[in-house]
Unconditional design. Structure first.
Length: 126
């Protein structure tokens, strides 16, 4: 009897542990909550620079890139435009590149979409 109880408790503990390890992003679970994503009129200075400033420049500024950003600086248009395909792959967590932000959660879908729209629009310097 004690053995069955021990098996039962072990089984329940395993089931609870396994089922509690589920993760999904808020945007995937509740898409209508984040309906304020404005991807119209995507400009480098108005939309892309704030994304980089808030999520990338702590490691990829001109000052910190040599030590913390694998020597990849993203502080000006020329650098970002040149690295745009690699940035897109890194923030989308696709391809062989290290997912960015490093040791952080994936950027919000809206931010990734905004950057990708800028790239698809030809990476204008506006």
């Amino acid at each position: 009897m004690k053995r069955r109880l021990l098996y039962f408790v072990t089984f329940v503990t395993i089931i609870i542990t396994v089922s509690s390890c589920y993760y999904d992003s808020e945007e995937a679970l509740y898409p209508s909550v984040n309906s304020t994503c404005d991807t119209t009129n995507v400009t480098y200075s108005g939309k892309v620079v704030p994304i980089l400033a808030n999520n990338c420049l702590s490691c990829h500024s001109n000052a910190s890139a040599p030590s913390a950003g694998a020597n990849i600086a993203l502080e000006n248009y020329a650098d970002v435009s040149l690295q745009a395909a690699s940035i897109s792959a890194a923030i989308n967590h696709t391809g062989p590149l290290s997912p960015m932000p490093k040791n952080g959660s994936k950027l919000k879908v809206c931010l990734i979409s905004t950057f990708d729209i800028w790239v698809r629009n030809g990476k204008p310097n506006n």
